[in-house]
Design a protein around this ligand. Structure first.
Ligand code: OOG
Ligand code: NI
Length: 459
């Protein structure tokens, strides 16, 4: 008999904590950022007892500063298909399709994350996972050689592959297996200072695109950043330089608002790290820039209508002032962004009335009218028997992701690729369809309302 299976949530938590420890060792500046985030979170909570109580109620206080996501970049379809199975062991599934070719980055991506409310509440850790698109490069000889290098590498340990298969066969892993699985999986995400290619070939890859070198030249898809949650992103952004870390030029996403929406994120710039190339016996050393730290602050998930308004305003803001990588117009950009976003309603009543955001409905406990099971939710809210709280956004934003990529690929002029969304080919590589993010939010909203009506009808 096998011992009881560990829940996928528990395996995910073992994994995210182990990743955090490993990354702090590998990238000390990341530890500095984590300390800063923690300090500012503590300060925010001390100054705002109401927010503190709210988070305590949600049982989120203890893990407030823990990692929320990380990111990797894969080289081949086979690597992606196995990654899907690896994350499956931890209850993480591919949600959303992000085409980053539009922003000059030759990848397309998904985010592996938990789906259910309860799982997200226990540990929302996600991994933004990109697949390199060699097909977008012009140089056919380089494409071929890069594909050959990628096809001969094995990014998973034998032990990891065995335990993935065992988890699939049995429907889970016991404690001991889960611990071994996490230790083995960690090997895939570790930094390898020894490159897989010669210095000359590294240069060719790098000249084609920095990102191509980052994926092809190494033995594995090193985790390139982790991202804790901050309760005050503007303050962390401002304070980073005092701790000796260089923030990217601007905070990505919407401006600061009374009602936070979607996702705001910023990062410190990737560090130069020593690399040893494989030049047949001889050790040739050089540098590679890839790994950084990021922070995020999440707000309300938007309906397709709200998302369309967000996209329109963001495009409008960027058409007038586009943030320069050197930070020289950062303040002007942020100020202009805030101005343009004045057109996005900033109170929950209007957001609800205009159908811009998703809400979770709960009964307040006050006696409900007899027709509570069919009355208009707005009437019930006005009567004080129903409350509506914003549902938090759990996904990513393509323009923001591109900004994070770009700021960490160096400040050289961005390369243009023709927009080539190719969701179908991504799904073939993945071996599954990606899940539509909106369906989850809409379902949560509807289910909460149905549940609230049932509860009110019974009371
Ligand atoms: C991923 C960048 C995207 C985010 O938070 O939007 C991302 C990468 O640089 O590989 O992590
Ligand atoms: Ni990120």
């Amino acid at each position: 008999m096998t011992d009881a299976f560990l829940s996928t949530d528990a395996i995910r938590t073992l994994f995210s904590r182990a990743m955090s420890v490993m990354y702090r060792n590998e990238v000390p500046a990341y530890g500095t950022l984590l300390d800063l985030v923690q300090e500012i979170n503590t300060r925010v909570l001390a100054a705002d007892p109401q927010e503190r109580a709210r988070l305590q109620n949600l049982d989120q206080l203890e893990r407030i500063s823990e990692e929320r996501h990380g990111a990797i970049r894969l080289g081949t379809a086979a690597e992606l298909a196995t990654m899907r199975r690896l994350f499956g062991v931890m209850g993480m599934y591919p949600v959303g399709y992000y085409d980053l070719s539009v922003a000059g980055v030759p990848v397309h991506s998904t985010a592996f994350r938990p789906l259910e409310d309860a799982a997200l509440a226990r540990n929302p850790f996600r991994v933004f996972t990109s697949l390199l698109r060699l097909d977008l490069l012009d140089d056919a000889a380089l494409r071929q050689e890069a594909a050959r290098v990628l096809d001969t590498r094995q990014i998973y340990t034998a032990g990891c592959l065995e335990l993935i298969a065992k988890a699939e066969r049995q429907g889970g892993l016991g404690q001991t297996d889960a611990e071994t699985f996490v230790a083995q999986a960690l090997e895939t995400f570790r930094w390898h200072a020894h490159a897989n290619v010669s210095h000359a070939f590294y240069r060719r890859l790098h000249d084609a695109h920095r990102l191509v070198a980052d994926v092809v030249a190494f033995k594995g898809p090193h985790i390139n950043h982790l991202t804790p949650r901050t309760l005050d992103i503007d303050t962390v952004q401002r304070t980073m330089p005092q701790r000796g870390i260089v923030p990217k030029a601007v905070i990505e996403g919407p401006p600061a608002r009374r009602v936070p929406i979607l996702l705001r994120q910023t990062s410190f710039k990737a560090l130069e790290e020593p690399v040893i190339y494989s030049d047949g016996g001889e050790a040739v050393t050089g540098h590679h820039t890839a790994r950084f730290g990021e922070i995020e602050q999440r707000g309300q998930a938007l309906t397709p209508k709200g998302q369309a308004l967000y996209d329109r305003l963001l495009n409008e803001a960027r058409a007038a002032v586009s943030p320069r990588a050197d930070g020289s117009n950062g303040a002007a950009y942020m100020a202009h962004l805030a101005q343009v976003f004045a057109a996005f309603p900033d109170d929950l009543e209007t957001i609800r009335a205009q159908g811009l955001g998703y809400f979770r409905y709960t009964p307040t406990g006050r006696a409900a009218p007899a027709d509570a099971d069919e009355a208009d939710p707005e009437v019930l809210i006005r009567a004080g028997v129903l409350r509506a709280d914003p549902i938090i956004y759990e996904d990513f934003l393509p323009v923001s992701a591109a900004g994070i990529f770009q700021s960490n690929l160096g400040d050289a002029a961005t390369q243009a690729f023709d927009a080539h969304p190719s969701r179908a080919s991504f799904e073939v590589a993945l071996g599954a369809q990606v899940i539509d993010p909106h369906s989850g939010y809409a379902q949560t909203q509807e289910a909460s309302l149905a549940q609230a009506r049932m509860t009110m009808a019974r009371s």
